[in-house]
Design a protein around this ligand. Structure first.
Ligand code: G3P
Ligand code: MG
Length: 271
């Protein structure tokens, strides 16, 4: 009990995002605008800058371990070369994932990321990443048992949101962890508002995650009428963020979490 109390005391006291006005703010790949993306440094910094949660991308190493990295190769973000799913966990962990900003960092594990989000008392959007639907389903199958092992009263469960461009991966996650909240991602210009809403209702997810270029205020209204939330990626311009707040978006992913704080304050004055 004492141990539990002291562990609870380690959690930052934050007002639940849903109890406050305005969209939930997710640091996209952490505070990607300021720190190496998808690293523990970027995640902590996102919370420091006022994010309610973080978004990160998960995929599998050659030996089936879950790692947090965006691209299918390590070439852009680390000092190594090669496909993520062709390298062992040990080899991936030996790389410097902070190369882009000269801030030495390791590729995080899912467990490290969960621990950080728990410690910060925040929300987590895990994006299941892979080049093919088959691989994305495999990622879902690896992630689900880790999440299912979280104690039922662990606040991480309520704060988790799983998403993917791969709808089969989302469907598989819904089968394997039906308690977990899920969302579908949309980026291509061919997506209409009604097609996004229809696909989300078909899969039974909580939210659609469209890119701003394919989003209108009418789509947000229609999604809400259909009982869906709308979380938008990735909004970095202050004007875009202010517009999304005015449109009543439920969540915004940004590389610059402090801009959400600014935009919320400015929109409040405008109201
Ligand atoms: O999950 C939102 C966003 O991260 C999707 O695009 O390429 O940045 O993973 P990407
Ligand atoms: Mg992502």
């Amino acid at each position: 009990m004492t141990q539990q109390l002291s562990r609870q005391a380690d959690r930052q006291k934050v007002e639940p995002a849903h109890a406050r006005n305005g969209p939930i703010s997710y640091g996209h790949r952490g505070a990607r605008g300021h720190a190496p993306e998808n690293t523990l440094l970027a995640f902590d910094l996102a919370f420091d800058l006022g994010a309610d949660g973080i978004e990160c991308d998960v995929q599998l190493s050659a030996d089936g371990r879950i790692v947090v990295i965006h691209d299918s190769t390590v070439n852009r973000t680390t000092n190594g070369r090669g496909p993520v799913n062709g390298m062992s966990f040990e080899a991936l962990r030996a790389l410097d994932a902070g190369r882009l900003m000269r801030l030495p960092q390791r590729i995080p594990t899912l467990e490290e990321t969960l621990a950080l989000v728990w410690r910060r008392g925040g929300l987590l959007n895990l994006e299941l990443k892979a080049d093919t639907d088959t691989e994305a389903v495999t990622v879902a199958e690896a992630v689900a048992p880790v999440l299912n092992a979280l104690p039922e009263d662990n606040p991480l469960r309520a704060g988790l949101l799983l998403s993917s461009f791969s709808f089969p991966a989302v469907a598989r996650m819904r089968e394997l962890a039906p308690w977990a909240r899920t969302a579908t991602l949309y980026g291509g210009r061919a997506w209409t508002g009604s097609a996004m809403i229809e696909s989300a209702l078909h899969l039974g997810v909580e939210a659609i995650h469209p890119h701003p270029r394919i989003l209108t205020e009418g789509t947000i209204r229609a999604a809400h009428e259909a009982g869906l939330k709308v979380n938008v990626w990735t909004a970095n311009r202050l004007a875009t963020i202010r517009r999304l707040i005015a449109w009543n978006a439920d969540g915004v992913f940004t590389d610059y979490p402090e801009r959400m704080v600014i935009a919320r304050r400015l929109v409040g004055v405008m109201a």
